[in-house]
Design a protein around this ligand. Structure first.
Ligand code: ATP
Ligand code: MG
Length: 296
Protein backbone atom coordinates (compact mmCIF):
# COMPACT_ATOMS: atom_id res chain seq x y z
CA UNK A 1 0.00 0.00 0.00
CA UNK A 2 1.12 3.51 -0.76
CA UNK A 3 1.89 5.17 2.59
CA UNK A 4 2.47 8.58 1.05
CA UNK A 5 0.29 11.41 2.41
CA UNK A 6 -2.24 12.00 -0.37
CA UNK A 7 -1.45 15.70 -0.77
CA UNK A 8 2.20 15.07 -1.35
CA UNK A 9 3.42 14.22 -4.81
CA UNK A 10 7.01 13.05 -4.66
CA UNK A 11 9.26 15.26 -6.66
CA UNK A 12 11.03 13.26 -9.32
CA UNK A 13 14.69 13.09 -8.35
CA UNK A 14 16.89 14.76 -10.88
CA UNK A 15 19.59 12.16 -11.47
CA UNK A 16 21.99 14.77 -12.78
CA UNK A 17 21.96 16.84 -9.61
CA UNK A 18 23.93 15.26 -6.86
CA UNK A 19 22.53 16.15 -3.45
CA UNK A 20 19.09 17.13 -4.79
CA UNK A 21 16.30 16.60 -2.27
CA UNK A 22 13.27 14.47 -3.08
CA UNK A 23 10.33 12.97 -1.20
CA UNK A 24 10.59 9.19 -0.89
CA UNK A 25 7.56 6.85 -1.09
CA UNK A 26 7.29 6.80 2.73
CA UNK A 27 6.90 10.59 2.71
CA UNK A 28 10.31 11.35 4.16
CA UNK A 29 12.77 13.74 2.57
CA UNK A 30 15.79 12.05 1.06
CA UNK A 31 18.96 13.44 -0.43
CA UNK A 32 20.00 11.91 -3.69
CA UNK A 33 23.34 10.21 -3.33
CA UNK A 34 23.59 8.93 -6.84
CA UNK A 35 27.04 9.27 -8.35
CA UNK A 36 27.48 11.66 -11.21
CA UNK A 37 27.75 10.24 -14.75
CA UNK A 38 31.15 8.99 -15.79
CA UNK A 39 31.23 10.97 -19.02
CA UNK A 40 29.21 14.03 -19.98
CA UNK A 41 29.46 15.53 -23.42
CA UNK A 42 27.89 18.96 -23.48
CA UNK A 43 27.10 20.91 -26.65
CA UNK A 44 30.17 19.50 -28.37
CA UNK A 45 31.07 21.02 -31.72
CA UNK A 46 34.21 19.99 -33.57
CA UNK A 47 35.49 21.82 -36.65
CA UNK A 48 38.38 20.18 -38.53
CA UNK A 49 39.94 21.54 -41.71
CA UNK A 50 37.15 24.12 -41.98
CA UNK A 51 34.40 21.46 -41.84
CA UNK A 52 32.00 21.03 -38.93
CA UNK A 53 32.24 17.32 -38.20
CA UNK A 54 30.32 17.26 -34.92
CA UNK A 55 27.65 19.83 -34.12
CA UNK A 56 26.10 20.50 -30.73
CA UNK A 57 26.31 16.92 -29.47
CA UNK A 58 25.02 16.04 -26.00
CA UNK A 59 25.62 12.59 -24.54
CA UNK A 60 25.99 11.02 -21.11
CA UNK A 61 27.62 7.70 -20.32
CA UNK A 62 26.79 6.34 -16.88
CA UNK A 63 29.02 4.06 -14.85
CA UNK A 64 28.77 0.50 -16.08
CA UNK A 65 26.85 1.46 -19.21
CA UNK A 66 27.98 0.32 -22.66
CA UNK A 67 26.90 2.48 -25.57
CA UNK A 68 27.48 1.80 -29.24
CA UNK A 69 28.04 4.73 -31.57
CA UNK A 70 26.90 3.79 -35.03
CA UNK A 71 26.64 5.63 -38.30
CA UNK A 72 27.99 5.59 -41.80
CA UNK A 73 31.62 6.00 -42.70
CA UNK A 74 32.89 9.55 -42.26
CA UNK A 75 30.07 10.74 -40.00
CA UNK A 76 32.50 11.51 -37.17
CA UNK A 77 32.50 8.44 -34.89
CA UNK A 78 36.26 8.27 -34.45
CA UNK A 79 36.48 12.04 -34.01
CA UNK A 80 33.84 11.68 -31.28
CA UNK A 81 35.81 8.92 -29.53
CA UNK A 82 39.00 11.01 -29.71
CA UNK A 83 37.16 13.88 -28.05
CA UNK A 84 36.10 11.60 -25.23
CA UNK A 85 39.74 11.10 -24.26
CA UNK A 86 41.04 14.57 -25.15
CA UNK A 87 43.03 13.60 -28.27
CA UNK A 88 40.97 16.18 -30.17
CA UNK A 89 39.74 19.30 -28.37
CA UNK A 90 36.24 20.70 -28.75
CA UNK A 91 35.82 23.78 -30.92
CA UNK A 92 32.81 24.53 -28.72
CA UNK A 93 31.24 22.79 -25.73
CA UNK A 94 33.00 20.45 -23.32
CA UNK A 95 33.64 16.86 -22.31
CA UNK A 96 33.55 16.09 -18.60
CA UNK A 97 35.17 12.89 -17.37
CA UNK A 98 34.09 12.13 -13.82
CA UNK A 99 32.98 15.75 -13.52
CA UNK A 100 36.20 17.32 -14.82
CA UNK A 101 36.45 19.19 -18.10
CA UNK A 102 39.29 17.32 -19.80
CA UNK A 103 40.27 20.32 -21.95
CA UNK A 104 41.25 22.21 -18.79
CA UNK A 105 43.51 19.52 -17.32
CA UNK A 106 47.27 20.07 -17.11
CA UNK A 107 49.64 17.48 -18.63
CA UNK A 108 50.06 15.53 -15.39
CA UNK A 109 46.35 15.42 -14.62
CA UNK A 110 45.52 14.49 -18.21
CA UNK A 111 48.02 11.60 -18.15
CA UNK A 112 46.53 10.40 -14.86
CA UNK A 113 43.00 10.73 -16.21
CA UNK A 114 43.91 8.77 -19.34
CA UNK A 115 45.01 5.84 -17.21
CA UNK A 116 41.32 5.50 -16.31
CA UNK A 117 40.52 4.70 -19.94
CA UNK A 118 41.25 1.48 -21.80
CA UNK A 119 41.48 1.40 -25.60
CA UNK A 120 40.93 -1.46 -27.95
CA UNK A 121 41.30 -0.67 -31.62
CA UNK A 122 40.95 -2.88 -34.64
CA UNK A 123 44.54 -4.04 -34.57
CA UNK A 124 45.77 -5.39 -31.28
CA UNK A 125 48.77 -3.00 -31.56
CA UNK A 126 51.02 -5.06 -29.31
CA UNK A 127 54.74 -4.42 -29.01
CA UNK A 128 56.28 -7.06 -31.27
CA UNK A 129 59.61 -7.10 -29.47
CA UNK A 130 58.13 -7.66 -26.00
CA UNK A 131 56.84 -10.93 -24.63
CA UNK A 132 53.13 -11.32 -23.95
CA UNK A 133 53.64 -10.90 -20.21
CA UNK A 134 55.66 -7.72 -20.74
CA UNK A 135 53.07 -6.36 -23.14
CA UNK A 136 50.37 -6.73 -20.50
CA UNK A 137 52.68 -5.46 -17.75
CA UNK A 138 53.60 -2.37 -19.81
CA UNK A 139 50.97 0.10 -18.52
CA UNK A 140 51.51 -1.10 -14.94
CA UNK A 141 55.27 -0.53 -15.22
CA UNK A 142 54.61 2.94 -16.65
CA UNK A 143 52.00 4.12 -14.18
CA UNK A 144 51.97 1.94 -11.07
CA UNK A 145 55.28 2.77 -9.45
CA UNK A 146 53.74 1.73 -6.14
CA UNK A 147 53.47 -1.91 -7.27
CA UNK A 148 56.34 -4.35 -6.71
CA UNK A 149 57.57 -6.56 -9.53
CA UNK A 150 55.90 -9.54 -7.84
CA UNK A 151 52.56 -7.72 -7.63
CA UNK A 152 52.77 -6.72 -11.29
CA UNK A 153 53.51 -10.28 -12.40
CA UNK A 154 50.64 -11.63 -10.29
CA UNK A 155 48.32 -9.08 -11.81
CA UNK A 156 49.47 -9.95 -15.36
CA UNK A 157 48.77 -13.60 -14.62
CA UNK A 158 45.23 -12.89 -13.45
CA UNK A 159 44.58 -10.54 -16.41
CA UNK A 160 45.61 -13.24 -18.87
CA UNK A 161 43.29 -15.70 -17.13
CA UNK A 162 40.54 -13.08 -17.17
CA UNK A 163 40.62 -12.96 -20.99
CA UNK A 164 40.72 -16.74 -21.36
CA UNK A 165 44.44 -17.32 -21.92
CA UNK A 166 46.65 -19.80 -20.08
CA UNK A 167 49.47 -17.67 -18.63
CA UNK A 168 51.92 -20.59 -18.60
CA UNK A 169 51.42 -21.16 -22.32
CA UNK A 170 51.68 -17.55 -23.54
CA UNK A 171 53.91 -15.92 -20.91
CA UNK A 172 57.22 -15.93 -22.79
CA UNK A 173 55.86 -15.92 -26.31
CA UNK A 174 56.02 -12.89 -28.58
CA UNK A 175 52.91 -11.56 -30.38
CA UNK A 176 54.01 -13.11 -33.70
CA UNK A 177 53.84 -16.56 -32.11
CA UNK A 178 50.13 -16.20 -31.26
CA UNK A 179 47.02 -16.54 -33.39
CA UNK A 180 45.02 -13.41 -34.23
CA UNK A 181 42.34 -14.31 -31.67
CA UNK A 182 44.94 -14.76 -28.94
CA UNK A 183 46.54 -11.41 -29.80
CA UNK A 184 43.10 -9.80 -29.47
CA UNK A 185 42.80 -11.30 -26.00
CA UNK A 186 46.23 -9.98 -25.04
CA UNK A 187 45.24 -6.50 -26.30
CA UNK A 188 42.19 -6.69 -24.06
CA UNK A 189 44.22 -7.83 -21.06
CA UNK A 190 46.55 -4.87 -21.54
CA UNK A 191 43.61 -2.45 -21.89
CA UNK A 192 42.16 -3.80 -18.62
CA UNK A 193 45.47 -3.70 -16.73
CA UNK A 194 44.88 -0.32 -15.12
CA UNK A 195 41.31 -1.27 -14.10
CA UNK A 196 39.81 1.40 -16.35
CA UNK A 197 36.48 3.07 -15.71
CA UNK A 198 35.80 3.60 -19.42
CA UNK A 199 36.72 1.37 -22.34
CA UNK A 200 36.85 2.86 -25.83
CA UNK A 201 36.52 0.44 -28.71
CA UNK A 202 37.02 1.70 -32.27
CA UNK A 203 35.85 -0.84 -34.84
CA UNK A 204 37.20 -3.77 -32.84
CA UNK A 205 35.53 -6.35 -35.09
CA UNK A 206 35.89 -4.73 -38.52
CA UNK A 207 37.62 -7.02 -41.00
CA UNK A 208 37.66 -10.00 -38.65
CA UNK A 209 36.24 -13.39 -39.52
CA UNK A 210 33.00 -14.34 -37.70
CA UNK A 211 34.75 -16.47 -35.08
CA UNK A 212 37.27 -13.79 -34.23
CA UNK A 213 34.47 -11.19 -34.12
CA UNK A 214 32.70 -13.39 -31.64
CA UNK A 215 35.82 -13.58 -29.44
CA UNK A 216 35.91 -9.79 -29.36
CA UNK A 217 32.17 -9.53 -28.64
CA UNK A 218 32.51 -12.02 -25.78
CA UNK A 219 35.41 -10.03 -24.33
CA UNK A 220 33.39 -6.81 -24.48
CA UNK A 221 30.43 -8.54 -22.82
CA UNK A 222 32.77 -9.90 -20.15
CA UNK A 223 34.07 -6.37 -19.45
CA UNK A 224 30.47 -5.13 -19.24
CA UNK A 225 28.93 -7.87 -17.08
CA UNK A 226 31.77 -9.20 -14.95
CA UNK A 227 33.99 -6.18 -14.57
CA UNK A 228 31.19 -3.55 -14.82
CA UNK A 229 33.35 -1.25 -16.92
CA UNK A 230 31.55 1.46 -18.90
CA UNK A 231 32.29 1.53 -22.60
CA UNK A 232 31.82 3.41 -25.85
CA UNK A 233 31.94 1.11 -28.84
CA UNK A 234 32.26 2.57 -32.33
CA UNK A 235 31.19 0.08 -34.94
CA UNK A 236 29.52 -0.56 -38.30
CA UNK A 237 28.69 -4.05 -37.14
CA UNK A 238 25.04 -4.05 -36.02
CA UNK A 239 25.27 -7.59 -34.64
CA UNK A 240 28.14 -6.56 -32.42
CA UNK A 241 26.43 -3.28 -31.42
CA UNK A 242 23.18 -5.02 -30.47
CA UNK A 243 24.81 -7.85 -28.52
CA UNK A 244 27.27 -5.69 -26.61
CA UNK A 245 25.58 -2.33 -26.02
CA UNK A 246 22.81 -1.38 -23.61
CA UNK A 247 22.19 1.66 -25.73
CA UNK A 248 22.73 2.65 -29.36
CA UNK A 249 23.47 6.19 -30.48
CA UNK A 250 23.38 6.93 -34.19
CA UNK A 251 25.25 9.87 -35.67
CA UNK A 252 24.37 11.33 -39.03
CA UNK A 253 26.89 13.22 -41.20
CA UNK A 254 26.51 16.88 -40.37
CA UNK A 255 27.04 17.91 -43.99
CA UNK A 256 23.74 16.25 -44.96
CA UNK A 257 21.67 17.80 -42.16
CA UNK A 258 19.81 21.09 -42.04
CA UNK A 259 21.18 23.40 -39.30
CA UNK A 260 18.07 22.83 -37.17
CA UNK A 261 18.26 19.02 -37.33
CA UNK A 262 20.02 17.23 -34.46
CA UNK A 263 23.05 15.15 -35.43
CA UNK A 264 22.16 12.29 -33.09
CA UNK A 265 19.27 10.78 -35.01
CA UNK A 266 18.68 7.85 -32.66
CA UNK A 267 19.39 7.23 -28.97
CA UNK A 268 17.77 4.13 -27.51
CA UNK A 269 17.97 0.41 -26.85
CA UNK A 270 18.65 -2.29 -29.45
CA UNK A 271 14.93 -3.25 -29.25
CA UNK A 272 13.81 0.32 -29.84
CA UNK A 273 15.95 0.75 -32.94
CA UNK A 274 14.01 -2.03 -34.66
CA UNK A 275 10.80 -0.05 -34.14
CA UNK A 276 12.30 3.33 -35.03
CA UNK A 277 10.27 5.27 -37.60
CA UNK A 278 13.23 7.22 -39.01
CA UNK A 279 14.00 6.02 -42.52
CA UNK A 280 17.69 6.98 -42.22
CA UNK A 281 18.06 4.82 -39.11
CA UNK A 282 16.28 1.83 -40.61
CA UNK A 283 18.32 2.02 -43.79
CA UNK A 284 21.50 1.81 -41.75
CA UNK A 285 20.23 -0.97 -39.51
CA UNK A 286 19.07 -3.02 -42.50
CA UNK A 287 22.15 -2.25 -44.54
CA UNK A 288 20.22 -0.60 -47.37
CA UNK A 289 21.78 2.06 -49.57
CA UNK A 290 18.43 3.80 -50.29
CA UNK A 291 18.72 7.30 -51.78
CA UNK A 292 22.46 7.29 -51.28
CA UNK A 293 22.90 4.98 -54.29
CA UNK A 294 22.55 8.04 -56.49
CA UNK A 295 25.33 9.92 -54.66
CA UNK A 296 27.87 7.11 -54.65
N1 ATP B 1 42.58 15.44 -38.07
C1 ATP B 1 41.66 15.71 -38.99
N2 ATP B 1 41.75 16.81 -39.76
C2 ATP B 1 40.81 17.10 -40.69
N3 ATP B 1 39.73 16.33 -40.91
C3 ATP B 1 39.59 15.21 -40.17
C4 ATP B 1 40.55 14.83 -39.18
N4 ATP B 1 40.15 13.67 -38.59
C5 ATP B 1 38.99 13.35 -39.22
N5 ATP B 1 38.67 14.26 -40.15
C6 ATP B 1 37.47 14.24 -41.00
O1 ATP B 1 36.34 14.12 -40.15
C7 ATP B 1 35.33 13.33 -40.76
C8 ATP B 1 34.92 12.23 -39.79
O2 ATP B 1 35.99 11.34 -39.63
P1 ATP B 1 35.93 10.08 -38.68
O3 ATP B 1 37.24 9.40 -38.80
O4 ATP B 1 35.49 10.48 -37.33
O5 ATP B 1 34.78 9.23 -39.38
P2 ATP B 1 34.18 7.83 -38.93
O6 ATP B 1 32.72 8.01 -38.69
O7 ATP B 1 34.99 7.27 -37.81
O8 ATP B 1 34.37 6.99 -40.27
P3 ATP B 1 34.78 5.43 -40.46
O9 ATP B 1 33.54 4.66 -40.16
O10 ATP B 1 35.15 5.35 -41.91
O11 ATP B 1 35.93 5.13 -39.53
C9 ATP B 1 35.93 12.80 -42.05
O12 ATP B 1 35.43 13.58 -43.10
C10 ATP B 1 37.41 13.01 -41.89
O13 ATP B 1 38.02 13.25 -43.12
MG1 MG C 1 36.34 5.70 -37.65
Amino acid sequence: MDKRPSNQTPAAPNPSIEGSVFIASDGTKKILRRRRPLLQVENLTVVLGGHTILRDINLTIRRGETIAIIGESGCGKTVFLKNMIGLISPSEGRVLFDGKDIATLGDKELTETRTRYGFVFQMAALFDSLTISENVAFPLRQHRKDMSNREILDRVRSLLEEVGLNPDVVWKKTPSELSGGMRKRVGFARALAMEPDLMLYDEPTTGLDPIMSDVVNQLMIHARDKLHVAAALVTHDMKSACSVANRLVMLYPNARLRPDEPQIIFDGTPDEIERCGDKRVLQFVRGEAGDRMREL
